[in-house]
Write a protein of this length. Structure first.
Length: 391
């Protein structure tokens, strides 16, 4: 709590300083981040990634200085809506970025649409967010984008019988539905399923049910906070190993900044995600090195929200440059559609539906030079929000 409070205070101080120093020709961009509460790590990750981008590319584009007005949503939809409305009406921002959670995105859309305010989403994975919000664009991922190809991949790589565990809330239900559909359509069999509650449960009875069903693998989708440790403890205590029942999970369960809590019990887990800080490219090596140097906490590693925030800044600079510093909201959205560039995660594109197209990676947790890593060993190139490869 003390750390979260400090982050929020620093964020507020930075906002006040930026507001006080703003000039008439500065380009003000609102950033909605969760700097306190359960999703406080989002604020640390995104602020560090933004700092890295601006260190590398400067703070002025097309003659206009970029001024970020950070606002703490506390991970709450009602606060996100209120802050977005104030950024539009009082602060006169020309774009909004950020957002950590799906309910926040839906809430901000109620402000964005009537105000014609472009919003670049860092992380909110429910597919339906963009359906009736024409001034929103997504730079993170959708649940189906990852899970759909994973179901096909699992069957093709010898997993014929799978037990499904997915949390009983929106993203979990979507993940379970999509995995079951693509896995069974490929020829696989779901030998059982269970939906644990959102509050972190004791996973022992769920893992025992899975064990009793004699699957080749367990597919699991669960929130990052608390669930991975609880699941892995139950999995290990049950006597299961990757040689008996393989764990197939979404990347939320092996977030790089949770490895200290997960420990060696996570070794061998196969996961699917859009980014790992171990991704082997020159741009990513540079990004990771700069992030580690700029991180406010020693040992903090960049993960999916960090790379998404970095890419959001790239897109913002692109649209400002293309419009020579004079922003029109409809032209901004038109410029985002079809935008493509190289990211630390690999090539990305925003499609005509304003959603992200990107590589989806299959990874395995391994210990590399004494450090736990999500090591990519397969990839499905350029997948759209439906989980379909783009030709």
């Amino acid at each position: 709590m003390r750390i979260a409070t400090t982050i929020a205070a620093l964020s507020l101080a930075a906002t006040l300083a930026a507001s006080g120093a703003a000039r008439a020709d500065d380009l003000k961009i609102g950033f909605l981040g969760s700097y306190s509460g359960g999703a406080a790590a989002f604020g640390q990750e995104t602020d560090t990634a933004i700092k890295v981008w601006m260190q590398q590319h400067g703070d002025t584009v097309a003659g206009r200085k970029i001024v970020l007005l950070r606002r703490d949503t506390q991970g709450q939809a009602n606060i996100a809506r209120q802050e977005a409305a104030e950024l539009v009406s009082r602060d006169k921002v020309e774009m909004i970025a950020g957002i950590a959670l799906t309910p926040e995105a839906f809430a901000v859309a109620t402000v964005s649409t009537p105000a014609h305010m472009p919003v670049l989403i860092v992380n909110a994975a429910t597919k339906a967010i963009l359906d009736h919000a024409r001034y929103l664009a997504r730079f993170g991922f959708t649940t189906g984008q990852e899970v759909a190809p994973f179901g096909v991949w699992a069957f093709k790589h010898g997993y014929k019988k799978v037990y499904a565990i997915f949390t009983d809330y929106g993203p979990g239900l979507e993940a379970g539905r999509v995995f079951k559909k693509t896995f069974t359509e490929a020829g696989g069999e779901i030998v059982g399923e269970v939906k644990p509650p959102f509050t972190t449960p004791d996973y022992s009875p769920y893992v025992q049910r899975a064990k009793d069903a004699h699957p080749q693998a367990i597919f699991i989708f669960a929130p990052a906070a608390g669930h991975p440790e609880a699941f892995l403890k139950a999995y290990t205590d049950s006597g299961l190993t990757e040689n008996t029942v393989q764990v197939l999970a979404t990347g939320d369960l092996t977030d790089e900044n949770q490895f200290a809590q997960l420990g060696d019990a996570s070794i061998g887990m196969i996961t699917v995600f859009n980014y790992a800080d171990d991704h082997d490219s020159k741009l990513n090596h540079e990004f990771v090195k700069a992030f580690l140097a700029a991180a406010p906490t020693p040992g903090m590693r960049p993960e999916f929200t960090a790379v998404s925030a970095y890419d959001v800044m790239h897109a913002i600079y692109n649209v400002v440059e293309a419009q020579h510093g004079k922003l029109d909201p409809d032209k901004t959205m038109a410029l985002l559609k079809g935008m493509k560039f190289e990211s630390p995660r690999g090539p990305i594109m925003i499609d005509q539906g304003r959603d992200i197209v990107q590589n989806i990676y299959i990874r395995k947790v391994e210990k590399v030079n004494g450090k736990l890593e999500n090591v990519e060993f397969d990839a499905i190139p350029m997948v759209n929000d439906l989980g379909e490869p783009v030709k």
